[in-house]
Design a protein. Structure first.
Length: 764
């Protein structure tokens, strides 16, 4: 019997049972007891026959189930002319079957919607002409036009200056995001703005959305160990129920007493509790951008005690990012970055892309470059705004070894931060140096802390990077162990060692992580940047580029696992009490059936709690848009903090006149931006946060930081007031540098702490 026909039969049976029950109630109310009994019997017999066929089919397939109890209950009730009890059991059993069908069909419907949503046609542009072609024919490098409201067909990079895309189907985030030229665009997202152009970087089968469909399809066939455990518990209930029914019959001398026990023992709550909870848990995870490949993945996450992280692209953002700009005397950081970006436009190197991205982020006007020449492995040179600009190694940029104090200091700082240094020379003279590094994810500390709070006892990082770089990340996150300079085979070995001790989760994002992800008890892939081999090998895929979703997935899994066992235990306990009550004669068959139906409803409702966040009641959740607006305000403050850092660095070897000007500029930035922002937080933002948090104690501690920043701002103001060139000496410059560095450091940490609070306040 195919699935569609089986569901039709199940619907027909519940319809027959309900019709028989209703007709019998009408006849009974009108005083016609005989017709009522016949109506109830007529509604019960088809359900009993359907159940008998199902049991025989399962037996022939080598499966044994506890549906036998329901069949014995209905058959016994009909033979003993307890037809009302029979029809109530029939409705209860057929209703449970319908609930299971609903869960399966809902999952299939969601999958069908996922597949149907995939675009079939794409608009390819060649030589100024737009042609509609099947998505399957798109090749890497094709120029694709995406019109407003259309689903992006394949992965690519944006060609136009800007685009607005809705990634809710991929990440669960409801707010559209802005993308800029050169940034990645993922298939499955929707164009929420104007028509834009992109260049395909993957074919249809290799794109993000196709990978999600494949993984969701695979998830349909998975079955959680807890669900299998529920089946085994239910099989234990069968002999216990039959034995107790026989004892009750013999003691009372009445077969109706034994029938009451069988009716009360119908194991619907035990069978349904785990599947309902796990379906709800997987759905809850999907809401926050976590795809679990079935209940088995969720079950495995619930048992995790050790987590192993890859570094690059997992704990860090991956790729080169601007760390800071060191300037030679007489140059500003923005000017150095702008000129370097101008000449790097002609290069395809990953470093060039990072420098251009940093210039765009600072909203710098980048001019064109001419006579560009690139020396592979050394740097790039060209004419920018009438100046000869060189960007690359020290020898390439300056034609000299790093002999000056400024050059040596820059290299020392780069070494401390494990950063790549791009020296910039203008007209043959030193202008500055750009330090690039792979930075820690903003949410990484919060993710690690949340994992420990969830019961993870050991957190390890394994990476192919150098020991000094890896140790710095490990110290920043307070990890239990750091394994550096490891190749893919070494990662698999590390996973094997850890999971021999405790259930282990491996988290990675690259192709080289795929073997370790497959080897771990549970593998979680950071799949937001495409459907790579790591996503295919993983049991869990994080669809949004957020590390804290890993800890959220573990939390959801543990809560769901607990709810499933709680529901099964409660169902077994309540059914046991009902069976004993029936054996003692306190429940008649009809009363036992109604009691069991009430137990069904209670257990299912409890299992559905897995759909919720489980964070407890709060007076009012902060709206997601509010939290994002607050984070955007911090982005604006960070630009001022970047300038304060540049000033603090430049004060090391500044002249008296330059130093005085720098301190005045720093004071203006602090007074006009930092102080204004912190006062606004205290007066406007924190009162809103207090309404969203269960306790205001944490905000009181944050207010203490506000007061410290205001105190430092006052010290800087006093230092800069009436500052004349004659007043400036090396001690004054050092005092100014210390104050500015303190403000910059404290403000950055404070902003990160506030964003953690925003995330919590906006969490569902």
């Amino acid at each position: 019997m195919n699935a569609a026909l089986e569901r039709f039969v199940h619907r027909a049976l519940i319809g027959i049972a309900l019709t028989g029950l209703a007709a019998g109630v009408v006849f009974w109310a009108s005083g016609n007891q005989a017709l009522a009994q016949r109506a109830w019997a007529a509604g019960s017999i088809p359900v009993a026959l359907g159940l008998l066929l199902s049991i025989v089919r399962d037996f022939l397939a080598g499966r044994a189930g506890v549906d036998v109890i329901a069949l014995l209950s209905m058959t016994g009730a009909l033979l003993l002319e307890e037809n009302l009890a029979a029809i109530v059991v029939a409705v209860m059993y057929a209703g449970g079957t319908m609930l299971e069908d609903f869960a399966v069909s809902r999952a299939e419907r969601d999958l069908k919607a996922l597949i149907d949503r995939a675009p079939r046609v794409a608009h390819r542009t060649r030589l100024g002409q737009v042609d509609d072609i099947p998505v399957a024919e798109i090749a890497v490098g094709d120029a694709i036009l995406v019109r407003a409201g259309e689903v992006i067909p394949v992965d690519g990079v944006l060609s136009d200056p800007d685009a607005t895309v809705d990634e809710a189907a991929l990440s669960g985030e409801p707010i559209p995001v802005n993308r800029h030229a050169g940034e990645a665009i993922r298939s499955g997202a929707v164009n929420a703005g104007q028509t834009f152009s992109m260049v395909a970087t993957a074919t249809e089968g290799e794109s993000t959305y196709a990978g999600i469909v494949r993984m969701a399809t695979a998830a349909q066939t998975a079955k959680a160990p807890t669900i299998r455990l529920a089946d085994r518990f239910a099989l234990l209930l069968l002999p216990a129920a039959i034995g107790l029914a026989g004892v009750a019959w013999m003691i009372a001398g009445d077969p109706v007493r034994g029938l009451a026990v069988l009716v009360a023992a119908t194991p619907c709550p035990l069978i349904l509790a785990a599947p309902v909870a796990y379906i709800a848990g997987v759905a809850r995870a999907a809401r926050v951008g976590v795809l679990m490949k079935g209940g088995a993945a969720l079950e495995g996450l619930a048992r995790i005690r050790t987590v192993i992280f890859d570094k690059t692209g997992t704990l860090t953002v991956g790729g080169a990012r601007l760390l800071e700009v060191e300037t030679a005397p007489g140059w500003s950081a923005d000017e150095v970055l702008r000129l370097a970006a101008g000449v790097e436009q002609a290069s395809q190197h990953v470093v060039a892309a990072a420098i251009l991205a940093a210039a765009r982020e600072r909203q710098l006007s980048v001019g064109g470059a001419g006579d560009v020449r690139e020396a592979m492995g050394s740097g790039v040179a060209g004419e920018v705004e009438g100046h000869r600009v060189r960007a690359g190694s020290h020898a390439f940029a300056f034609d000299s070894p790093p002999a000056s104090p400024w050059s040596r200091r820059t290299l020392r700082r780069a070494s401390l931060h494990s950063a790549l240094t791009i020296f910039v020379g203008v007209d043959g003279k030193p202008a500055g140096a750009i330090l690039l590094a792979d930075e820690l994810r903003r949410e990484a500390p919060r993710a690690i802390q949340s994992l420990r709070a969830s019961g993870v006892s050991r957190i390890i990082m394994v990476t192919g990077d150098r020991a000094e770089t890896a140790e710095a990340i490990g110290a920043a996150l307070d990890l239990d162990s750091v394994l550096s300079e490891r190749d893919p085979a070494d990662k698999v070995e590390a996973v094997a060692v850890e999971q021999a001790l405790k259930p282990t989760l491996m988290v990675g994002d690259g192709i080289n992580d795929a073997p370790a992800l497959a080897a771990a008890h549970v593998g979680a892939a950071m799949g937001a940047r495409g459907a790579s081999a790591s996503s295919e090998a993983a049991d869990v895929v994080i669809l949004v580029d957020r590390l804290d979703r890993v800890s959220e997935a573990v939390r959801i899994a543990r809560r769901t696992h607990g709810i499933a066992f709680q529901s099964m235990a409660a169902g077994m306990a309540m059914s046991g009490v009902a069976m004993i009550a029936a054996a003692l004669g306190w429940l008649a068959p009809v009363e036992g059936a109604l009691t069991q139906e009430a137990i069904d409803v209670a257990v299912i409702l409890n299992a559905l709690r897995a759909l919720g966040s489980g964070r407890g009641w709060r007076r009012r959740s902060m709206v997601l848009e509010e939290a994002q607006a607050l984070r955007e305000e911090h982005r604006g403050v960070e630009k001022s903090l970047d300038r304060l850092r540049d000033i603090a660095n430049a004060l090391e070897d500044a002249s008296a006149s330059d130093g005085a000007a720098m301190i005045r500029e720093a004071n203006a930035i602090v007074a006009g931006t930092i102080v204004v922002h912190e006062r606004a937080d205290e007066a406007l933002v924190y009162p809103r946060l207090r309404r969203s948090l269960s306790s205001g104690y944490g905000l009181a501690a944050m207010s203490r930081v506000h007061r410290e920043l205001l105190h430092l701002a006052q010290l800087l103001s006093r230092l800069s007031q009436g500052l004349a060139e004659g007043d400036v000496d090396s001690l004054l410059l050092r005092d100014g540098q210390r104050i500015i560095q303190s403000i910059e450091t404290i403000a950055r940490i404070h902003n990160a702490q506030e964003e953690d609070i925003y995330e919590y306040a906006a969490a569902g």
